[in-house]
Write a protein that binds this ligand. Structure first.
Ligand SMILES: [Zn+2]
Length: 298
């Protein structure tokens, strides 16, 4: 649900990592040379477009080429070491190279799909390990030629990637796209279900993601089961509602005078609010920001 920020000039270095790779089965050719000789006539596009085209370009390529359940394409654009119908992939070491590239170039703190789990990197015996998986927005089973495409890969948690995301629902929007405005368009809202209109416990209310003015993200929310998964995290909202009762604006003003901090700083300290720029850094930060807006803290 949070847009991925990419450093500039990322595409050339990503392209080089894969296109210059060699494998025994390529008979001395690079990935790019092998592609141009054996695959380009079927797939039409330049390899650079396939690997580094932006998300809108990938949609265009997907629509033009269509679904391909083709073992030759699957074993060439192989993302991991799994055998395809008992035939080994042509090249087998790309996945660790791609993971390393993401570790070094993209900020990975929490899952870009759910913002519930940490997906950070850590050290083990001086080696950098990671807790993220790379999800294929456009499914590699249907579109194997997009299995290695930079903007088809979303650093995500295991739950989103392997347990939840509904592969039958096609994403038209992706956190990899520059037009991805989920954070601006869709907000968490709380709704009181208690008949006395009091919020004392978690059963007194529910939370839901609500989109302003359109419903373009409905499928996205449904596919990732976000509303049901966030139901568990109502505790955070309840904590904030209770804390807000203890800290009305008058109390925040007093604290501000006392500590010489601005009221905004006091609110951030008390409620742990992150700015839009930093939402991906901490779990539940979008939930906290949206509910902060509801509670007139922002
Ligand atoms: Zn996730």
């Amino acid at each position: 649900m949070l847009k991925i920020k990419y450093p500039s000039n990322l595409e050339d270095s990503y392209y080089d990592i894969i296109s210059k790779s060699k494998a025994d089965k390529f008979k001395g050719l690079t990935f790019e040379e092998y592609y141009n000789r054996h695959y380009k006539k079927y797939l039409i596009y330049d390899l650079k477009d396939i690997f580094c085209g932006n998300f809108e370009k990938l949609i265009e390529i997907k629509n033009k080429i269509g679904k391909k359940d083709d073992n030759k394409i699957k074993s060439f654009f192989n993302y991991d070491k799994t055998k395809i119908n008992n035939s080994s992939p042509l090249i087998s070491k790309l996945q660790p190279k791609i993971s390393k590239f993401f570790q070094e170039n993209i900020e990975v703190h929490t899952c870009y799909y759910c913002n519930i789990d940490f997906i950070n990197t850590f050290k083990k015996n001086n080696e950098t390990k990671n807790a993220f998986t790379l999800d294929h927005v456009l499914e590699k089973a249907d579109y194997p030629f997009l299995a290695l495409s930079l903007y088809n890969l979303v650093p995500s948690c295991y739950v989103c990637n392997s347990k939840v995301k509904d592969s039958k629902i096609l994403f038209e929007f992706s956190p990899t796209s520059k037009d991805f405005d989920f954070d601006e368009s869709v907000k968490f809202k709380s709704f009181i279900s208690n008949i006395n209109l009091q919020i004392e416990k978690e059963q007194d209310f529910y939370i839901k993601l609500i989109e302003n003015y359109s419903n373009k993200y409905d499928k996205y929310i449904e596919s990732l089961n976000l509303n049901n998964r966030y139901d568990y995290h109502k505790y955070k909202v309840l904590e904030m509602i209770q804390k807000r009762k203890e800290y009305p604006d008058s109390r925040i003003k007093e604290l501000s005078n006392l500590t010489k901090k601005t009221q905004k700083e006091i609110k951030q300290d008390l409620f742990g609010i992150y700015t839009s720029e930093d939402l991906h850094k901490r779990p539940l930060s979008k939930l906290i920001k949206d509910i902060s807006e509801e509670l007139d803290l922002l």
